[in-house]
Design a protein around this ligand. Structure first.
Ligand SMILES: *Cc1c(COP(=O)(O)O)cnc(C)c1O
Length: 382
């Protein structure tokens, strides 16, 4: 909080800015667009551009950098998921494109492992598709998928989380093999799978028809996302987008999911930076910030601090805090509530089903790591 004007633009509106110790979450603003990204966005302001052309060229640039056949900038990864399901149902049939979300006469089922139901699967339904579960809560077998594929199957969805692979889920490799043998496309939510760089775009290179990336994890405007995929899939996905709605006068379901020209070039700049930056330096900084958060907590009885060096995906380092409330007097949930009630509010969280706090440094501005550590310590009289 080196800056006396911290958060002024929000305060002037009567809104209360917060310190983000949760990480890259949509609710708090995703990520801070980086200087290179802001510079590109600024330059976009100087001229208008037909957005159908910009989408095409931005997509080509991103596809080249990420090493996939095709890419498209969308209104978040969520929109990429919605546009992809619509594309798998309607293809390039203009009548069907304009009929959605009414799916009469179309393949409209998206298969999803029961074990892989998750918060964002709602995005798969918005174009009119119906989610059909396969496998059980315990495990998914090859047979489960074989049996689930039917005449109404539009696609098979897969949720990729390399940080914590699920040993009882059907693998993506098996999913692709079985689905493709039956002529069914495979789509992957890999929103946060961006590091190490060889996993960025990996699922399409493995044979999936589509995967999404949330650009909020890359320091792009958080309102953008990336659809990566085969040329055919991305072409059909583009037919659903708001630029096709206006440019082709064919009314796809993507019209409310707009992306501005500044955001499109911002997303390209963010990908370029991500693919060329010094990631060792990025990780070293995150480790330093994490240690700064931990330092004031050392020696407080009943608090266990642990540096998490899970550097897969988008979260670099983090700090796990376990509270023995009988010894230190507060539960994890109480610590979260008190930090949020302080000035300025610090947002952290205890995830559902857990009782510890994971501090992520991704969203901490200069100096805020120290503030977070000291504010937690102060709750325990330090
Ligand atoms: C953040 C996220 C999304 C949504 O991405 P947006 O760009 O915010 O729309 C989807 N899936 C997963 C796994 C995510 O982490």
């Amino acid at each position: 909080m080196a800056d006396a004007h911290w958060g002024d633009v929000y305060k002037e509106l009567g809104a209360r800015p917060v310190i983000n110790a949760i990480g890259s979450v949509t609710m708090l603003g995703g990520s801070a667009p980086l200087p290179e990204v802001k510079a590109a966005m600024e330059r976009a302001d100087g001229a208008y551009i037909p957005l159908m052309e910009l989408e095409e060229k931005a997509g080509e640039a991103i596809a080249r950098m990420v090493n996939v056949p095709a890419a498209y900038v969308t209104s978040g990864a969520g929109s990429a998921l919605t546009l992809a399901t619509a594309a798998f149902m309607a293809g390039d049939d203009d009548a069907k494109i304009q009929q959605l979300p009414n799916t009469a006469g179309m393949k409209n089922e998206v298969l999803i492992q029961k074990r892989q139901r998750y918060w964002y699967d709602r995005c798969l339904e918005l174009g009119g598709a119906r989610l059909v579960e396969f496998g059980s809560a315990e495990r998914t077998t090859r047979d489960d998928l074989e049996r689930a594929i039917g005449p109404k199957t539009a696609a098979v969805h897969y949720y990729a989380v390399e940080q914590s692979p699920d040993p009882h889920a059907l693998s993506l490799q098996d999913t692709i093999e079985i689905a493709h043998a039956r002529g069914v496309p495979v789509m992957v939510d890999s929103a946060g799978q961006v590091y190490p760089l060889d996993i960025f775009g990996k699922y399409v290179r493995m044979g999936a028809d589509f995967q999404c990336i949330a650009a909020k994890y890359l320091g792009a405007p958080q309102s953008t996302g990336l659809a990566l995929g085969t040329k055919d899939t991305i072409r059909k996905l583009g037919l659903q987008s708001f630029v096709s709605y206006e440019g082709r006068r064919i009314r796809g379901i993507g019209r409310p999911q707009k992306v501005d020209r500044q955001e499109m070039v911002g997303a390209v700049a963010a990908v370029k930076r991500w693919m060329t930056m010094d990631h060792e330096e990025r990780l070293a900084k995150a480790e330093r910030q994490s240690r700064t958060v931990m330092a004031p907590l050392r020696g407080i009885r009943g608090i266990k601090t642990q540096l998490l060096d899970n550097i897969l995906g988008h979260q670099p380092y983090g700090v796990r805090l376990d509270f023995d409330s009988k010894v230190c007097g507060l539960t994890g949930k109480e610590v979260v509530d008190r930090l949020k009630a302080g000035d300025p509010p610090i947002w952290t969280r205890v995830r559902e089903g857990e009782d510890y706090i994971l501090i992520h440094v991704f969203g901490l501005y200069e100096g805020e790591d120290k503030v977070v550590g000291e504010r937690i310590a102060a709750l325990f009289g330090r």
